[in-house]
Design a binder for this molecule. Sequence first.
Ligand SMILES: [Zn+2]
Length: 186
Amino acid sequence: MDRRASQFRLDNPVLAFRFTATLVDRSGEAVERLATPSSLATWFELNGFGTPPRELTEGDLLRARELREVIHRIGTATATGGELDPADVERLNEFSVGGAGHLTLEHGRATWCLPPRRWVDSLFGVIADDAVRVLGGQSRTRVRVCARPECHGLFVDTSRAGTRRWCSMNYCGNRQKKQNLRASAR
Ligand SMILES: [Zn+2]
């Protein structure tokens, strides 16, 4: 495994939610994994989008975080039955419309083709598209907030019973179990 991957949580199968997980433990002692433009470039690379055709800027980083938080707020409202903020919805749609990427079949695999001159905006568009599909499609009733209070991560519950509690059993499930054990030992 690419050792740079260890700084990110890449275990969420939903791209848009994997993106929101770049702010780790957001309701506890939050850790910002998109700390620099180059960490954003690394995240893109590790998620299969290749190397950016130009150096990323602070502006790109700020927009990335903006998109991330918009998705997280809409996702949280969707999971908890809250009202969606119209300003967030408008912003998400703008990110989606701003993309110019195309999904193409390359050697039998679905691959995003992003125009080099609008590469970053198109990639934000891909992530926004994914969020719209998950939060506005059939899976919207299966969107959940992780039950480990510090995490507040989003996930789609694909279990048959619809009773999954953690964004990741390996990560949050195990941490929560250890915490419970410690609490009961006291
Ligand atoms: Zn979690």
